[in-house]
Design a protein around this ligand. Structure first.
Ligand code: ADP
Ligand code: ZN
Length: 610
């Protein structure tokens, strides 16, 4: 079979995505590969297709047991025989699997890195015909990456022992130069074919909001999207408990995930989410790596995370199937403080010496700043993200809240000058709340304690709403007319350019959302649509629901997650094409021959007998 035929037969897709074909061709030609592709771009197919075309075994090295299980199950679903070897197997199962592997039963075998150099595995590997080694999440080999795994260093050691060196493909979503160099060096790649697929994920919609009541925002969003699966990320375990508890109280089928739960509960909750028994997962950032659920329709960050790397990775778990999905970040000033506390405490890194720790802390603080700017910018959010990762975006994407909001330039000179003067007169000693409370003439305990009523700028902005004062303040920080200290207390300081604004005749304008825009506040209905399959017509909604129900039924029978039967995209395409026979069903995206044989008839019946 050609690679196109394989793609259609086993995976049901007609065309390769950007980057996939070049990687496949290189591997088939026996050339090592280093592929940097963002989450959801379709890395697995890059090694699965050549694995099926060449004689010999492909070993896939993967850091996570859950990921392996999922991938093997998906492959089996697609009619491909594959197995995994890791510590979740009993000794008996492990040796049986090895025996089958020796007999050449599996073209693809997933293996945990720490297994590679064990005696039993080496015994198998030395006599097997290993065509390729695919290293998934290859950044784990690097100490620069976010998830360093010392056992990844065993890969090179293992390869060196093999009688014939297999071709090596390394795959990661982490793009920094240090990490890439580390991967090539530590895995001993030979003159690899390197490719970086664009970081843009066009199907993702981005928004930053600053709601007064975050919980209400989340709650209302969930009610507006009752059929969708989504993840709510919180910064702390405590908040996960709180938000999840409230949602359940309010009748929403939510579940939770964080490092404080027992292994068993985490596994169960994760399964509830993957199998669509719970639609909403409330979690810390401990949740997600290795979770392959492709139909997550939204990721809401209840708090601002501590850097853009983390944010894009977590947000990127939405819409891996390529269909429209939303990434919404709920910002509040408190998030900055919490993150600063987490950085100061340096919680994950107790092994570092003082000097390294300081370096890391400074780097983290810089990253936090960049993250905060993302929340303040009024420019295209996608462009901000792409720029951060070193790519050029268009300045207008049309698919983020900022691009969809009408802004107008407004004169904020007076407020800006008052802020700077107020900071100056009070001796650059106070935080943002004291400054803003002074300007708006509040009478809080702190204002009285610091005698801010006596400041000449007390109450000069009494007419400006607080949220607007905050926006202006954020803008001054963004444009470096004011700065914030990083030492845990966040004191407002002047900068070398503060004075420029006080000069006679100077003027400052900033982009502000138009007033009426704020009121009507996108009450848009997200119609189900898919980039490849098209848009679902309103009259087809009942059919779509019916197909979903059938999918759930099959998933229960086979004890697999629903999205492994067919994706939403496939169901939408069925509603559009309304296939009557085998040939028409095979035209549906995501329906390959193998799945057709398993489920084709039931779905044709369902479509025809509405
Ligand atoms: P990654 O590992 O890069 O995060 P996956 O390999 O899990 O991404 O693929 C993400 C999703 O994209 C999966 O649902 C996969 O089936 C789908 N996919 C991959 N390649 C294609 C393709 N050529 N056409 C359509 N869908 C694809
Ligand atoms: Zn945009």
């Amino acid at each position: 079979m050609t690679k196109q035929e394989l793609l259609k037969t086993h995976f049901g897709y007609d065309t390769f995505r950007e980057g996939q074909e070049a990687v496949i061709d290189a591997l088939l030609a026996g050339k090592d590969v280093l592929a940097v592709m963002p989450t959801g771009a379709g890395k697995s197919i890059c090694y699965q297709v050549p694995a099926l075309m060449m004689k010999g075994i492909t070993l896939v090295i993967s850091p996570l047991i859950s990921l392996m299980k999922d991938q093997v199950r998906s492959l089996n679903q697609a009619g491909i025989s594959a197995a995994y070897l890791n510590s979740s197997l009993t000794q008996g199962q492990y040796f049986t699997a090895l025996r089958y592997a020796k007999a050449g039963r599996y073209p693809i075998i997933y293996v945990a890195p720490e297994r590679l150099t064990t005696e039993a595995f080496l015994d198998f590997a030395l006599s097997a015909d290993i065509f390729m080694i695919a290293v998934d999440e290859a950044h784990c080999v690097s100490q620069w990456g976010q998830d360093f795994r010392p056992s990844y260093l065993k890969i090179a050691e293992f390869v060196a022992q093999l009688p014939k060196r297999p071709v090596i493909g390394a795959f990661t979503a982490t793009a920094t130069k240090e990490v890439r160099e580390d991967i090539a060096r530590l895995l001993n790649l030979r003159d690899p074919f390197c490719t970086t697929t664009g970081f843009d994920r066009e199907n993702l919609y981005f928004a930053v909001k600053t709601p007064k009541d975050k919980y209400k925002e989340v709650h209302d969003y969930i009610l507006e999207h009752p059929d969708d699966s989504g993840i709510i990320y919180c910064l702390t375990r405590k908040l996960v408990e709180e938000v999840c508890g409230k949602l359940i109280q309010d009748g929403i089928t939510a579940t939770r995930y964080h490092a404080g739960l027992s292994d068993e509960e985490r596994r169960n909750n994760q399964d509830d989410f993957i199998y669509d028994r719970c639609h909403v997962m409330v979690a810390t950032n401990a949740f997600g790596m290795g979770i392959d659920k492709s139909d997550v329709r939204y990721v809401i960050h209840y708090n601002m995370p501590k850097n853009m790397e983390g944010y894009y990775q977590e947000a990127g778990r939405a819409g891996r199937d390529g269909d429209p999905a939303e990434c919404i970040l709920l910002y509040s000033g408190k998030d900055v403080v919490t993150n600063q506390y987490l950085i100061e405490r340096g919680q994950d890194n107790q092994e570092m010496d003082m000097e390294t720790w300081r370096l890391v802390r400074d780097r983290d603080q810089e990253r936090l700043k960049q993250m905060t700017f993302y929340c303040f910018t009024h420019d295209c959010l996608r462009e901000y993200i792409l720029k951060y990762f070193g790519e050029y975006g268009k300045s207008y994407c049309g698919n983020c809240l900022n691009c969809q909001t009408e802004f107008e330039e407004q004169d904020v000179t007076e407020e800006a000058q008052a802020m700077i003067q107020c900071v100056k007169e009070s001796g650059q000693r106070y935080g943002v709340n004291v400054i803003l409370d002074t300007l708006r003439g509040a009478s809080t305990a702190k204002i009285r304690q610091y005698h801010m009523e006596e400041n000449s700028f007390y109450s000069v902005c009494a007419k400006t709403p607080v949220y607007r004062l905050r926006q202006i303040f954020n803008y001054l920080v963004l444009e470096e007319y004011l700065s914030l200290t990083d030492d845990g207390y966040t004191i407002v300081k002047l900068t070398s350019t503060s004075r420029d604004l006080l000069e006679k005749g100077s003027m400052l304008t900033m982009k502000m959302p138009k007033a009426q825009e704020l009121q009507k506040k996108e009450k848009k209905v997200r119609r189900r649509k898919s980039s490849t399959a098209g848009e679902l017509k309103e009259q087809d909604e009942p059919l779509f629901q019916k197909l979903r129900a059938l999918r759930t039924e099959i998933a229960r029978e086979e004890k697999i997650p629903p999205y492994m039967v067919f994706s939403d995209k496939t169901l939408i395409h069925m509603c559009i094409l309304k296939p009557e026979n085998e040939a028409e069903m095979l035209d549906v995206t995501g329906v390959g021959r193998h799945k057709f044989e398993k489920y084709g008839k039931r779905f044709i019946d369902a479509v025809q007998n509405l």
